[in-house]
Design a protein around this ligand. Structure first.
Ligand SMILES: [Zn+2]
Length: 307
């Protein structure tokens, strides 16, 4: 195990050394800023805050699970050539931690999710890491927007005012979205506000809008679920007469199907209430390919299934 990590790291060092001097154009030379992000949620912020004067590339496309994502040599090269990197942090991109540790010596590498103040993070009792899925509360996600604007301003001071203006506009959008969610979700009776999904991606959502959330897998999809996990969720569904569970675009349906079957064996019929975007967004160029569209899709799907 240790040998393997060392091998990856020494490979990375070679790539970084080879990449030296080619990229990292930085600001002021008229070249567009090269911005790399891990998730599309962060890419959406970067596109809106940096505006036309930047080229943004996102590593993780639709359906891609960030918990399990491994960087290819090509990815590492792109990261090394970037002017700035924004990632979520809080161990969302668990397999990239070592890559970022190495790369941050050469390229500004910023964990935007870690700008959320500690007292606003959800940390399991006795757990040593916090829930990384901060984008599902638009209010908490504003901290990530601030962090992107600050990172860009440091890179290109001349445009700091524009970045701030764009960030303020993006934050207004998040506030409207929060209001939309508040109003829409009110139509769901309080006793039906139980969200069952494949993994625990909706903790901040639940905290923001008064939902109990239950995932078959924990905060990361890198753990296997047990028969006991399935049985616990089945009991929850039966006891609370919950009729809909949700699948996630970036997680296999196999897990949630085991729960549906378990409930059926006890004579309780449960249907799939729809597909939610949890850790990945939709296809670029579609509504769900933007943060705003993806969030609305989730709110509308949850509302129509549970009300
Ligand atoms: Zn997740």
């Amino acid at each position: 195990m240790k040998r393997k990590v060392t091998a990856i790291l020494s490979g990375l060092t070679i790539v970084l050394a080879a990449g030296c001097g080619q990229g990292n154009s930085n600001s002021g030379d008229g070249e567009p800023l090269q911005i790399m992000t891990t998730t599309a949620q962060i890419g959406d912020i970067a596109e809106n805050v940096a505006g036309d004067q930047a080229e943004i590339e996102t590593l993780m496309g639709p359906g891609v699970d960030p918990h399990l994502y491994q960087a290819s040599q090509n990815d590492i090269q792109k990261l090394a050539d970037a002017d700035i990197i924004f990632y979520n942090g809080l161990h969302l991109e668990g397999n990239l931690v070592k890559v970022f540790e190495e790369i941050k010596n050469d390229v500004p590498t910023i964990a935007v999710g870690e700008n959320v103040p500690e007292e606003e993070l959800i940390t399991e009792e006795g757990g040593n890491s916090s829930d990384p899925h901060v984008w599902f509360d638009p209010n908490r996600w504003t901290y990530a927007v601030d962090e992107v604007a600050a990172g860009l301003a440091e890179l290109n001071e001349d445009e700091a005012g524009t970045y701030q203006e764009n960030a303020d506009e993006y934050i207004s959008m998040l506030e409207e979205l929060d209001q939309y969610a508040d109003e829409k979700l009110q139509s769901i009776p309080e006793e039906s506000r139980i969200l069952v999904t494949a993994h625990d991606a909706f903790g901040y959502f639940g905290d923001a809008y008064g939902f109990e959330v239950n995932g078959l897998q924990g905060l990361s999809t890198d753990s296997e679920y047990s028969v006991r996990d399935v049985n616990n969720l089945v009991s929850l569904l039966v006891e609370n007469d919950i009729k809909a569970v949700f699948v996630e675009s970036s997680v296999s349906e196999r897990a949630i199907n085991a729960v549906i079957k378990g409930a059926a064996d006890q004579g309780h019929e449960v249907s799939i209430g729809g597909e939610l975007y949890s850790d990945a967004m939709g296809e670029a160029g579609t509504e769900e390919g933007t943060y705003e569209g993806m969030f609305r899709h989730n709110i509308d799907t949850i509302t129509s299934s549970l009300k």
